[in-house]
Design a protein around this ligand. Structure first.
Ligand code: EPU
Length: 417
């Protein structure tokens, strides 16, 4: 891409990737026909579709963004390495398979290399609910439980994935399960609403304390139609793009209540975010002010997924700040790439100091993961000359077509086939 003028136009945000992938996994809990609308056409959805097909489901596009999933009475219990290795959300099928079949063998998940990404909290929760876990095969986790029984689960810290694993097993565990220190990201709230629509009984939705009451098994659950929440990270990406390139863009299908922290940061930097009847209008028409220090943390704190995008914004504007990353140990892998473009960055453990710098200069950089890849694309909007982002397949895992969407807003971006 080449340095672009101001952005303008209207775009519609898709359903949240990190909700949709878990809803797709949760369909395994009950046979029948599901329709999930506003599903983004991204690589991770294709991978989850392929995984569901391997498990015996039919998965088809009913309309451009509506996914129809038909779950049979009998499902297979093995999620193979070839598919699962590709993406992190695959671990979400472990509990539904266990709940439906009494056993499950799921290859250890891949996904972004954001540091050590263990699954001990997932398996500990399942053990508490009565499962036996075997990890003698280094590539697979195997779980078995003729039936699951309610338990009081208390996590040491918030984990999105482990909370989802515990939830999806608890809806089939006889009795009343409590989950303390549950993660409460909007995508987990969405999964709770999906499970509730299927027939599950869950209270405390949207809080760190969930209570799930189940008659045991999955016979009380049935297939539903569902529309997931808008993708707050996708929306935030385009808000930050406006911050980098300036201009004014209207985002349809957004939930500002899911982006309070980000909205506060961007407005404190001088951007304007105004509600419209069906979305928000995001504008930047003057130089940005510094943000000072900020840190990522589990919801309702600032999402770790915004971290590289905000660094892209600050470095593009030549503003000083210190960022503390509290969720993933290795989420600064993109720093050398930004340094190649002239950014003044210094990493010390989980802190990144952004120093003052002149305008960034376009060059060839490599995307290490989804959000950092998107951040590098956004930096290219303001850097002088041409920026080439290699390994853009990472970006396609989480964004329907980032470059085409930016181009529709007047950005000078294109992706090579
Ligand atoms: N953790 C453990 N043990 C476990 C599980 C997690 O120690 O068994 C640790 C992790 O190492 C990490 C922390 O807990 O330090 C939080 O990880 P979490 O489990 O919350 O993350 P996740 O479920 O693996 C999801 C999203 C990420 C998002 C994080 C945090 C999906 C598929 N992924 O990951 O999204 O950054 O929550 O909100 O839902 C992305 O979309 O690009 C992305 C990386």
């Amino acid at each position: 891409m080449q340095s672009s003028g101001e952005l303008s136009g209207v775009i519609t945000i898709g359903g949240a990737k990190n909700s949709v992938l878990k809803l797709m996994a949760a369909t395994l809990l009950a046979p029948g026909r599901y329709r999930i609308s506003r599903v983004p056409r991204i690589a991770d959805v294709d991978l989850m579709s392929e995984l569901l097909r391997t498990l015996g489901c039919q998965v088809t596009w009913d309309a451009p963004s509506t996914l129809r999933i038909t779950v049979p009475d009998e499902i297979n219990g093995v999620a193979p390495h070839e598919i699962v290795n590709e993406f992190r959300a695959s671990i979400a099928v472990l509990s539904p398979l266990l709940a439906r079949r009494g056993d499950a063998k799921v290859a250890l998940p891949g996904g972004d290399k954001l540091g050590d990404r263990p699954i001990g909290m997932h398996t500990d929760a399942l053990i508490q609910l009565g499962a036996t876990i075997a990890t003698d095969d280094p590539n697979y986790v195997t779980a078995s439980a003729p039936s699951l029984t309610a338990a009081d689960i208390s996590f040491s810290h918030c984990s999105v994935g482990a909370t989802e694993t515990a939830l999806m097993a608890a809806v089939a565990a006889k009795g009343t399960t409590t989950i303390k220190t549950a993660a409460c990201e909007p995508e987990i709230e969405d999964l709770c609403l999906f499970l509730t629509a299927m027939g599950a009984e869950i209270t405390g939705i949207g809080t760190h304390n969930l209570t799930i009451t189940s008659p045991g098994g999955t016979a009380h659950l049935s297939a539903v139609d569902f529309e997931p929440i808008p993708d707050r990270i996708e929306a935030g990406t385009y808000m930050i793009a406006v911050g980098i390139a300036a201009g004014s863009v209207t985002l349809l299908n957004t939930r500002m209540d899911h982006m309070t922290e980000l909205g506060n940061l961007l407005t404190s930097m001088g951007m304007s975010i105004a509600p419209t009847p069906d979305g928000i209008q995001v504008s930047r028409d003057a130089p940005l002010r510094s943000l000072g220090d900020y840190e990522t943390s589990p919801y309702p704190g600032l999402a770790t997924d915004y971290q590289p995008l905000l660094v892209a914004l600050l470095a593009s504007a030549g503003l000083q700040a210190t960022v503390t990353e509290n969720v993933f140990a290795s989420r600064f892998q993109y720093v050398p790439e930004l340094q190649k473009m002239g950014a003044n960055l210094d990493v010390n453990d989980n802190q990144l100091r952004i120093g003052e710098c002149a305008q960034l200069v376009g060059t060839t950089v490599t995307a290490p993961d989804i959000r950092a890849g998107a951040a590098l694309v956004l930096v290219g909007l303001a850097a002088s000359g041409t920026t080439i982002v290699n390994n853009a397949h990472h970006v396609a895992r989480g964004y329907e077509d980032l470059s085409a969407t930016l181009a529709s807003l007047n950005a000078n971006v294109k992706s090579d086939p």
